[in-house]
Design a protein around this ligand. Sequence first.
Ligand SMILES: *Cc1c(COP(=O)(O)O)cnc(C)c1O
Length: 368
Amino acid sequence: MTRPYNFSAGPAAMPEEVLHLAASEMLDWHESGMGVMEMSHRGSEFISIYEQAEVDFRELLDIPKEFKILFMQGGGLGENAIVPMNLSKGGEIDFVLSGSWGQKSFKEATKYATPRLAATSESEGFTRLPDPSTWSLSKEASYVHLCTNETIHGVECHTLPNLKALGSKAPLVIDFSSHVLSRTVDWSRVGLAFAGAQKNIGPAGLTIVVVREVLIGQAMDICPSAFDYKLVSAAESMYNTPPTYAIYIAGLTFQWMKRQEEGGQQGVGAMELRNKAKAQLLYDFLDNSSFYENRVNPMDRSRMNVPFFLKDETRNEAFLKGAKANGLLQLKGHKSVGGMRASIYNAMPLKGVQVLVEYLREFERSYS
Ligand SMILES: *Cc1c(COP(=O)(O)O)cnc(C)c1O
């Protein structure tokens, strides 16, 4: 059976191999007599799953040892509160906004701290990343927040800013939920990175936080214990029960990723090459068409989330119906932006994007 191609923005398509493997181990993991959902998180079986997942994640993203990796719950929106409670001491935070996820983070931070708008592209409909030379950063800021891939607006930061060169001493906090593991990360420019798992990693419910050890240990008194990085870190992410099954699936995805090869590269390097090829194929087609359009500044376009519009929007419904009939699912755009959106995360093969482009071409032809 061939499954349809699923372009959901999240929770999103998983590598089929991972789903098959998880299914085969559902009732009995490695002859333990138990499924992973049924194991104590403190037992040796689960501890081995957890440790391997952490090692693989660190290896895939080449995370230096001065960073701790925390497996938490609460999602991206949870971190919008958890990060300020852990890093801001109630003081100033600089926000750079290039889409609605950054906006949400800003709004949540007002409950705990004093967010400042360092830069925003809102007046341009969030179709670009504000140029770093225009950011107005505060000397007092406890950190600078940037969502490095705006899932809804399709804006991606392709080079992490060098805050020191911009006159700020603050650490950079990135929400990389929707492009984690799709590309390499320059950790020298990062203080903390967080990601919900449901885009590029695995099931919803797991949130991964990568944080410099020097930033741990300054949580505000109001911070719930289960969300205090110091307590979570000291307990190796077992302060309370972690999302065990989600961690297991994430681990299977990491192993799958390590097996991927492309252009002489493995792991994230292979994913990045594939993701570039997929995105280029789709953007090139859209740019050369007079029937469809993508409105994002070409320099800032996301490789993961490609919002696009039919120039004649009265055809949207027919487009989506035809797409579904052709085995192309969940292409409807986010309600705040409208139009269509193709999310082409790691698990989407090049073939899926080729089939999508073929459908786009056919649909256009049927109207000319
Ligand atoms: C999906 C997503 C989130 C998700 O937050 P949840 O609380 O897990 O729903 C956060 N940030 C970005 C950039 C996202 O794409």
